[in-house]
Design a protein around this ligand. Structure first.
Ligand code: 5GP
Ligand code: ZN
Length: 121
């Protein structure tokens, strides 16, 4: 619905196709795309298509949506080149609010992985 879309939100513009992105996955309620400034060899973002500003706005009605994102992330991480658990793996980060380091105020999971020589092990 149109009121699920925030015209000033950069991720809503990506979801609407108004800003290009390198797509990783899409279905009716989720989109995943590569981060434009990766911090790791694999670094993509997963967003709900509906504009939710942050995790602080989640309600019980969003439990299934968030569950789908968490279950989908490992599959997409492998597809994007993360090696399997336990030698490989990935990290999920959800920055929330100013003090949580959130810069884009449309809920997103960072999924990061791949060989990172600066991490021990
Ligand atoms: P935050 O600090 O809000 O958790 O992270 C926002 C992320 O979005 C950053 O890692 C940043 O590189 C990414 N980003 C910001 N603008 C764009 C864009 O236009 N396209 C893509 N693909 N990523 C973006
Ligand atoms: Zn948005």
């Amino acid at each position: 619905a149109m009121n699920d879309h925030d015209p000033n939100c950069i991720f809503c513009k990506i979801i609407a196709g108004q800003i290009p992105s390198r797509k990783v996955y899409e279905d009716d309620e989720l989109l995943a795309f590569h981060d434009i400034a990766p911090w790791a060899p694999v670094h993509f973002l997963m967003v709900p298509k509906r504009h939710i500003a942050s995790m602080a706005q989640l309600t019980e009605a969003d439990q299934a949506l968030m569950g789908r994102m968490m279950v989908l992330a490992p599959r997409l991480a492998l597809e994007q080149g993360c090696r399997p658990y336990p030698e490989g793996g990935f990290r999920i980060v959800v920055n929330t609010g100013a003090e949580g380091g959130q810069e884009v105020h449309h809920l997103h999971l960072h999924v990061m992985g791949g060989p990172r020589p600066w991490l021990k092990g």
